[in-house]
Design a protein around this ligand. Structure first.
Ligand code: SF4
Ligand code: SF4
Ligand code: SF4
Length: 353
């Protein structure tokens, strides 16, 4: 592949043909701030935070959509660039509620971080008050507060490009421009399957996780990376644990099978973990009821009954049903137990039904 040499902040770097200035800068370890850009989504260049100055060009260019070219000289933090970014942020904040104190995203909000980095205050001429109803959509999992929307369109792209549902779109123009579900209906009516991808990609608190609202912020939780137990795909994500309770599931961008993507079960199906009805001890049937037992008692009973049944009726009177909720290793062991210990090939799996 042909390579391109160009200068960025006084350094000569190399890019592959077709790479954008942003991609080449990232490879070279040079940071250009972004907001609407996400490595998983098609770059659109609409937020204008990643603008850079290219010598000899009249206008600033969005680095996420401008291809690197031989010999260009790029400045990522010139006075003109910084002034432009500050103005862009000021325009965003002019139409944004000052809710950082109570916002779930406080501390992990990309807009908040950039406003801090560029020391941008809310302009006195900005609009006051909320324009949209808070928690405006009845979706049980995604909390919608478009007062915090900066119209970056990541939700639109995540839903269309990753989930292929095309729930979100952009309606109206100018100051009235807003994100809408379908033809301005509810998310579920617009074919939403509540995967939460849009909330995961939203850089602000405009789309967030309803079940986690008010329970804790990113810096207060311990993240534990784990593998989903719902099916055999092997998606990974981070359990967000606070005071020994899972308060939220967040995407882990480095998950090998799924990246940021999760289905509704993986992202939001965690409330069973702390459910009071959940079995936490083995139960042994006695008459019409069950009595609590220790694991040793339960396992001894299972072993002796399986041995007895095998003795009386032969190994093929026993069948083993494994589960996609177990790991591959556990499923391997259960078929080993069936074949090598009991002597039957009667092994099946709930995911095959
Ligand atoms: S979305 Fe970000 S900037 Fe807006 S209120 Fe929440 S934390 Fe603050
Ligand atoms: S929850 Fe999933 S399907 Fe629903 S709008 Fe968001 S990305 Fe689309
Ligand atoms: S809801 Fe979030 S992701 Fe969607 S456009 Fe607004 S800020 Fe961007």
């Amino acid at each position: 592949m042909a390579t391109i040499d160009f200068t960025i902040d006084g350094r000569t770097i190399q890019a592959e043909e077709g790479q954008t200035i942003l991609e080449a800068a990232q490879v070279a370890g040079i940071r250009i701030p972004t907001l609407c850009y996400h490595r998983d989504l098609t770059p659109t260049g609409n937020c204008r935070i990643c603008v850079v100055e290219i010598e000899g060009q009249r206008f600033l260019q969005a680095a996420c959509v401008t291809p690197a070219a031989n010999g260009i000289v790029v400045h990522t933090a010139s006075e003109r660039v910084v002034k432009s970014r500050r103005k862009t942020l000021e325009l965003m904040l002019a139409n944004h509620p000052q809710d950082c104190l109570t916002c779930d995203l406080g501390g992990s909000c990309e807009l908040q971080d950039l406003a801090y980095e560029y020391q941008v205050e809310v302009p006195s001429w900005g609009s006051k008050g909320t324009r949209y109803e808070v928690d405006s959509d009845p979706n049980p999992f995604v909390r919608v507060d478009f007062n915090k929307c900066i119209l970056c369109r990541r939700c639109v792209q995540a839903c269309a490009e990753i989930q292929c549902r095309d729930v979100w779109g952009v309606a109206y123009r100018g100051f009235d421009e807003e994100i809408v579900a379908g033809a301005n209906t509810t998310m579920l009516d617009a074919r939403c399957e509540s995967c939460g991808q849009c909330a995961a990609y939203c850089p602000t608190g405009a789309l967030s996780d309803k079940m986690a609202h008010g329970l804790g912020r990113a810096h207060q939780v311990t993240k534990v990376t784990t593998t989903c137990t719902y099916c055999g795909v092997g998606c990974q994500f981070d359990l967000n644990v606070m005071n020994d309770k899972i308060i939220r599931v967040t995407s882990n961008p480095d998950a090998p099978a799924n990246g940021m993507a999760l289905c509704v079960k993986g992202r939001y199906g965690y409330d069973f973990i702390h459910h009071p009805d959940r079995l936490t001890k083995p139960l042994i049937r006695q008459g019409d009821g069950f009595v609590e037992a220790s694991w040793d008692e339960a396992l001894d009973l299972i072993a002796s009954r399986l041995g007895q049944i095998k003795e009386e009726s032969g190994p093929n009177s026993i069948a083993f049903l494994a589960s996609a909720k177990c790991t591959n290793e556990e499923n391997y062991l259960i078929q080993k137990l069936a074949r090598a210990v009991i002597g039957t090939n009667n092994v099946d799996h709930c995911a095959r039904l």
